[in-house]
Ligand binder design. Structure first.
Ligand SMILES: C[S@@+](CC[C@H](N)C(=O)[O-])C[C@H]1O[C@@H](n2cnc3c(N)ncnc32)[C@H](O)[C@@H]1O
Length: 329
């Protein structure tokens, strides 16, 4: 079977089994707590996209009744026909969710419950990437997908006459796809069913401020000189602390400064005067360090710290522990 055949089998299957799957008057059932939580997370009148919305019961109905604009997408004509009748306030589209496109930042939340598992596995990560883009910053994705990986067909599903096809990855894979799509997974849970179950995910598009600051931070890091420079020190006599830093980590530089001012005042003066990578390297070649510290230095930066003199005082040795390299430690 080709991907197109499988998608068509699912479409025809839900056309035939729509009422077997859910009646017009079904209650919210297990969806009730999910819907309540979704509404708490939504801004006032926040817009929601329901991918694989089925007949609109219960998700679109519940959201529309609470005043949220909802758009449902489903590949089955029968499901969409029912949804339009059952949830007149909603907007419903017959479309393949893996093919449809929306402008970026169109929705405050996207819901996709038990639907991704009917789409070709190869198309699922891309759909999640698109969905992440359709969310506004700080928007939520609520998804129920596979827990164990499985692809296959079942005849007479729901005691109906049509076969049905599923294709899903395991929970860890879904989580990694969500993260690769740029979403923060804030919760993952098993929804038990028989001997197995499905995985529920709450994932969020990062708010603008944090997305911007992450981007800016990445740009700053990319512009910074890629010099590896590290040093370790201990106060002569073995009572001192380890100061171990790698350019270009500002936080660690700050710690270095702190340690210098306690353990090696002369070096502290030099380091704070000029904090360029070269100055730090020059400084670290003259540092006093303990053997333990030097081991750590060598391991974490891929080069050994070599002793150059034993002038550091009791329990200490001086190591040449500094190198320039393509990447920071
Ligand atoms: C198990 S039902 C779930 C319906 C609804 N989300 C719910 O939880 O009640 C799966 C739905 O996904 C729809 N679906 C499957 N593949 C789809 C695709 N490629 N694009 C859009 N909808 C699809 C099916 O037609 C079906 O209505």
């Amino acid at each position: 079977m080709t991907e197109g055949d499988e998608t068509d089998l699912v479409r025809r299957g839900y056309n035939a089994l729509s009422y077997h799957y859910r009646s017009d008057d079904a209650g919210d059932g297990r969806y009730a707590p999910w819907l309540a939580e979704l509404k708490e997370r939504l801004p006032r009148a926040g817009s929601v996209l329901d991918l694989g919305c089925g007949c609109g019961i219960p998700v679109a109905r519940s959201l529309a009744d609470s005043g949220y604009p909802v758009t449902g997408v489903d590949i089955s004509e029968v499901q969409i026909e029912r949804a339009r009748r059952l949830v007149p306030a909603g907007t419903f589209l017959v479309a393949d969710a893996t093919q449809i496109r929306f402008p970026r930042g169109s929705f405050d939340a996207i819901v996709c419950l038990y639907a991704l598992i009917h789409m070709p596995l190869a198309a699922q990560p891309q759909l999640l990437r698109h969905a992440a883009g359709w969310l506004r910053p700080a928007g939520w994705l609520l998804m129920v997908a596979g827990h164990h990986a499985w692809t296959g067909t079942q005849d007479n599903w729901l005691n109906g006459s049509a076969p049905m096809w599923w294709s899903h990855a395991d929970a860890a894979t879904y989580r990694s796809w969500l993260e690769q799509a740029g979403l923060e997974v804030t919760r993952q849970a098993l929804v038990p069913e028989g001997d197995g179950g499905h995985s529920l995910f709450w994932a969020r598009r990062p708010p603008l401020a944090s997305a911007q600051s992450n981007r800016q931070q990445a740009q700053r890091e990319a512009r910074r000189p890629r010099t590896t420079c590290c040093l370790t020190e201990t106060v002569p006599g073995g009572t001192g602390q380890l100061a171990h830093h790698a350019w270009p980590n500002r936080a660690k530089n700050a710690r270095l400064d702190h340690h210098h001012s306690h353990a090696a005042p002369a070096l502290a003066r030099r380091c704070t005067k000029d904090f360029s990578p070269a100055a730090v390297c020059a400084t670290s070649n003259r540092m006093t360090t303990s053997p333990t510290a030097s081991t750590q230095l060598g391991r974490s930066h891929g080069h050994a710290a070599r002793p150059i003199t034993g002038a550091g005082g009791p329990g200490s040795r001086v190591f040449r522990g500094c190198g320039r390299g393509p990447g920071a430690g």
